[in-house]
Design a binder for this molecule. Structure first.
Ligand SMILES: Cc1ncc(COP(=O)(O)O)c(C=O)c1O
Ligand SMILES: N[C@@H](CCOP(=O)(O)O)C(=O)O
Length: 466
């Protein structure tokens, strides 16, 4: 399997190359040249596999020759061995139609661990084969940061620089990043929003002054390997509810469009999915794009679901590429227009293609609080605010009552204790493994939201090529 850029002019790479490269050097995102497809019989044969085995089975076509099947299974076994639940991503039933797909049993209590625990091992594996040391530069609105740091802290030949928007992540989220004191971890709080941080990260991948000196790598979902690992839990969940003989729908709290794009990939691979419900908070660019075709970024409004306070959704580009006939040249022009004006219109093909599988809904603060209360009162479940937005969307999407709807529970409620307590009157407790988080020492620097300042900081601490 090789990987091509959504903007059509970067060199194609194999899986190991695309994993280490992160972003393509034409500014595009890597996608597999074609979607591998499983038959219904092949999917049926996956039922009952332990998670690590299912993961290796689903991911092998994407990995190609970069890892043997035996080595891939060793890595998935190691990655998912650190999860606190034996099923890794268990299901919980809320009522006759609605289910939670719990994705927060990893070390940092958010769905990001599912991919990043594996990605840390993939980096180690591919770097052990030679090449330059890796300088990871990432942006986080709260959860990617701690999951990526946990995955690479202390690993040889990797430095990680993680940018978060100062004051716009929860205290638990910040501490989960800043209390990791390994020398290869560098936390940077910037003035600005997640979008500002993400734009600076992407700029660094295209800054020859940096890329000539350093091998810049990505842990955000611009890195294809992130999404590949997330495809697995769509299979795991659907198989438990009767796939491939029965369709299910998924409601996905969405920001950077990575998680829900993984669902789209699962559908392309043959998993029967009724609908993918894109749930946004008031930062609703994706809801507007999917309902009206208008993809235009406004200013970011801080909410109680801060990890979704995003207006520029990186992975939407992957969807537009696929739905637009995989024409890199015309997508490059469309994205250049968006980068210049922060607005673009979807083409008819993109709109119609998206409408065939995606539905969307937007939740304001009241909708979110109502969903939190409903889950607590009706099912005795404390949700986190992001999951509550997903549940709201699941409940208003109008899915046929015969079709099970799974809401992706993307974070543990304890990461957002204040918001959960405000809505339900109940304060979730931190799981024992991070029970002492508030006693740990923090280390971070504060920098202006200015590319030159960030690049200078990284260049002074990263390990050069060679
Ligand atoms: C808890 C939580 N839910 C949902 C999302 C949105 O996921 P995505 O950016 O993949 O759309 C994020 C951040 O990415 C998150 O941290
Ligand atoms: N919500 C994310 C934002 C970054 O998204 P990513 O999936 O592209 O890494 C976060 O928590 O940091």
């Amino acid at each position: 399997m090789d990987y091509i850029s959504t903007r059509g002019s970067a060199p194609a790479l194999d899986f190991a190359g695309a994993t280490l490269a992160g972003l393509a050097n034409d500014g595009g995102l890597y996608v597999p040249r074609e979607w591998p497809r499983f038959s219904a019989d092949e999917i049926a044969a996956m039922a009952g596999l332990p998670y690590a085995e299912l993961a290796a089975r689903v991911m092998q076509p994407f990995v190609g020759d970069s890892l043997t099947p035996e080595r891939l299974l060793e890595l998935t076994t190691q990655a998912y061995g650190r999860f606190a639940h034996k099923a890794v991503t268990p299901l919980k039933q809320l009522d006759e139609q609605h289910w939670l797909l719990e994705l927060f049993h990893g070390p940092t209590l958010a769905f990001k661990d599912v991919a990043l625990q594996l990605l840390g091992l993939l980096f180690e594996e591919f770097l052990s084969r030679g090449g330059d040391p890796l300088t990871i530069v990432g942006a986080t609105s709260g959860d990617t940061g701690s999951a990526a740091i946990d995955a690479v802290a202390g690993r040889a030949r990797v430095e990680i620089f993680m940018l978060h928007p100062k004051g716009r992540v929860s205290e638990v989220q910040r501490r989960q990043m800043t209390t990791v004191l390994a020398p290869n971890v560098h936390n940077i709080a910037i003035e600005g929003t997640f979008d500002d941080a993400q734009a600076m990260v992407k700029r660094m991948f295209n800054d020859a002054a940096m890329t000539d000196r350093f091998a810049i790598g990505a842990v955000n979902s611009i890195n294809w390997a992130r999404l590949m690992a997330q495809v697995v839990y769509y299979f795991a969940a659907a198989l438990q509810l009767g796939a491939p003989h029965r369709k299910v729908a998924f409601a996905v709290p969405t920001g950077n469009f990575g998680d829900v794009f993984a669902g789209y990939v699962a559908a392309q691979m043959g998993l029967p999915i009724e609908r993918l419900i894109v749930a946004t908070n008031v930062n609703d660019i994706l809801h507007r794009a999917l309902t009206t075709g208008d993809y235009s970024a406004g200013t970011v409004t801080p909410t109680a679901a801060p990890s979704m306070d995003i207006q520029v959704s990186s992975n939407f580009e992957r969807l537009l590429f696929d739905l637009g006939g995989r024409d890199g040249k015309s997508l490059a022009a469309q994205m250049a227009g968006f980068e210049a004006t922060k607005a673009m219109q979807l083409t008819n093909a993109q709109r119609e293609g998206a409408a065939a599988l995606f539905t969307s809904a937007r939740a304001d603060a009241d909708d979110m609080a109502r969903a939190l209360r409903w889950a607590w009162d009706a099912a005795g479940e404390l949700l986190d605010p992001h999951t509550a937005i997903g549940l709201h969307a699941a409940q208003v999407a109008g899915i046929d009552p015969a079709v099970p709807v799974l809401t992706l529970a993307t974070a543990h409620p304890a990461k957002f204790r204040e918001a959960v307590e405000r809505a339900t009157g109940h304060r979730p407790t931190l799981p024992a493994r991070i029970g002492d988080l508030f006693e740990r020492e923090e280390r971070l620097v504060e920098l202006p939201g200015d590319y030159a300042a960030i690049a200078e900081y990284v260049a002074a601490r990263a390990v050069p090529r060679g």
